[in-house]
Design a protein around this ligand. Structure first.
Ligand code: GDP
Ligand code: MG
Length: 440
């Protein structure tokens, strides 16, 4: 899809502002991308309409194609809808702070309860008690107890025959008595949203007064996401959403659907079955994933900020000719630094993962880049153009000038040789796939 889209985007011609035609063409593809990512239809519709209005007439940043510009605007709009910042679980209430997890059967509530408990205990140094209110599924309470032992968090002792509300009350009393900071309430789910489930959740909420009510939902939830989130939000009142199975193939469109209909923040992502497989939510990353065009977005972003298209073209030309002296390296390093490091740039481009590893092993991190620029600054113009004349005495002088060791100078020269070779490769027949093909 991404390729198909870039094809369409490439065809859009450059003008000062985005025309209705440009925007409509790109938005058709965006709509398809969102539906493919399992965003609910009604959410896609309103999102696309809203973003279309915003995009038409927007200025196109120099050196960026109009279609790419639309994608950037769509991305920003997605991030805005998803919520700008990662929001942590709120523990800002008198202890014991109750956190209630709700959701359908198999969504990952019990697993998520243990993951959150582990996090709060280990990272935030809270004394956590977990309680399973799932009296429907046989052995559900034992499942939580086992996970609790695994992560080293206490669980409320099981008393057979109690109903969920009684267990919730007992958990609160035990937590108060024994000085727990947090009580995690793991509830029962059902295969689909129904009235008995909602009624049970509402009763638990009234008994436990949870400070957080988190809806746990599978990232693969499709068109049902709207109804699911709406029902829980209206009947129980949500404070946040946890999306599980983000380690799977799902693009996570449910996040957009649920966020759009409830306005509640996505707080955490489950990324595996292991107890530490939980991550903070980063709107921009998820927007990339939903859109499936993260590469274009980051590239446009960074290009818009820093790249001088003419300079890039000049550099590409030099590379094609295989001329790449230390002056060029210097210029290149300066640009790389502005764009967030070599790893940052290469990570965005297709098909260069291997090269990225190579560079990582060559130690091209940002501190190194600064040092390398210092080394080149200590060279004369002649030396920069013709590194071959750099013998021991010159190297010593340069090292002293840059405040580094002679080995560091040697390393730079070696890297320059490697880069010159690599650049030649990128400027060669495969240039269109490479960095300069994209930017030039
Ligand atoms: P519950 O019915 O909502 O309590 O769901 P469970 O916590 O029992 O989880 C159901 C299954 O999903 C279990 O096998 C979990 O290991 C698995 N699971 C939960 N969260 C994740 C996740 O983020 N990624 C993956 N791959 N599996 C998960
Ligand atoms: Mg469960």
């Amino acid at each position: 899809l991404s390729e198909k889209l870039s094809g369409i985007l490439d065809k859009l011609t450059g003008r000062g502002a985005l025309s209705e035609e440009d925007v409509n063409a790109a938005m058709r593809e965006v709509r398809r991308a969102l539906l493919e990512a399992d965003v609910a239809l009604e959410v896609v519709r309103s999102f696309v309409d809203r973003t279309r209005t915003r995009a038409i007439g927007a200025a196109v940043i120099k050196s960026v194609k109009p279609g790419q510009m639309v994608v950037k605007i769509v991305h920003d709009s997605l991030v805005e809808t998803l919520g700008r910042e990662s929001q942590a679980i709120d523990l800002n209430a008198p202890a014991p702070v109750a956190i209630m997890l709700v959701g359908l059967q198999g969504a990952g509530k019990t697993t998520t309860a243990a993951k959150i408990a582990k996090r709060l205990a280990e990272r935030d140094r809270r004394k956590v008690l977990m309680a399973s209110l799932d009296v429907k599924r046989p052995a559900a309470q034992e499942q939580l107890a086992i996970l609790g032992r695994q992560v080293g968090v206490d669980t409320l002792p099981i008393i057979p025959g109690q109903d969920p509300v009684e267990i919730a009350r007992r958990a609160e009393a035990a937590a108060r008595l024994q000085g727990y900071d947090v009580v995690l309430l793991d509830t029962a789910g059902r295969t689909h949203v129904d009235e008995p489930l909602m009624e049970e959740m509402a009763q638990i909420r009234d008994a436990a007064h949870p400070h957080e009510v988190l809806l746990v939902a599978d990232a693969l939830t499709g068109q049902d996401a709207v109804n699911l989130a709406k029902s829980f939000n209206e009947r129980v009142g949500l404070t946040g959403i946890v999306l599980t199975r983000m380690d799977g193939d799902g693009r996570g469109g449910a996040a957009l659907s649920m966020r759009a209909v409830t306005g509640k923040p996505i707080k955490l992502l489950g990324v595996g079955e292991k107890m530490d497989a939980v991550e903070d939510f980063h709107p921009s990353r998820l927007a990339d994933r939903i859109l499936g065009m993260g590469d274009i977005v980051s590239l446009v972003e960074k290009a818009a900020q820093t790249i001088d298209a003419q300079q890039a073209a000049r550099m590409a030309e030099k590379m094609r000719k295989g001329v790449f002296d230390l002056n060029d390296l210097y210029e290149q390093l300066a640009q790389v630094e502005k764009m967030g490091g070599m790893g940052g740039i290469l990570g965005m481009l297709p098909g260069v993962a291997k090269m990225k590893d190579q560079l990582a092993s060559a130690n091209l991190d940002d501190k190194v880049i600064k040092r390398q620029r210092a080394v080149i600054s200590s060279m004369t113009m002649q030396e920069r153009r013709n590194p071959d004349i750099l013998k021991a005495s010159r190297k010593k002088r340069i090292a002293a000038g840059a405040g580094v060791t002679v080995e560091a100078v040697n390393r730079l020269l070696k890297q320059h040789r490697q880069m010159a070779d690599m650049m030649k490769m990128m400027g060669g027949p495969n240039a269109k796939r490479g960095m300069m093909g994209k930017l030039g």
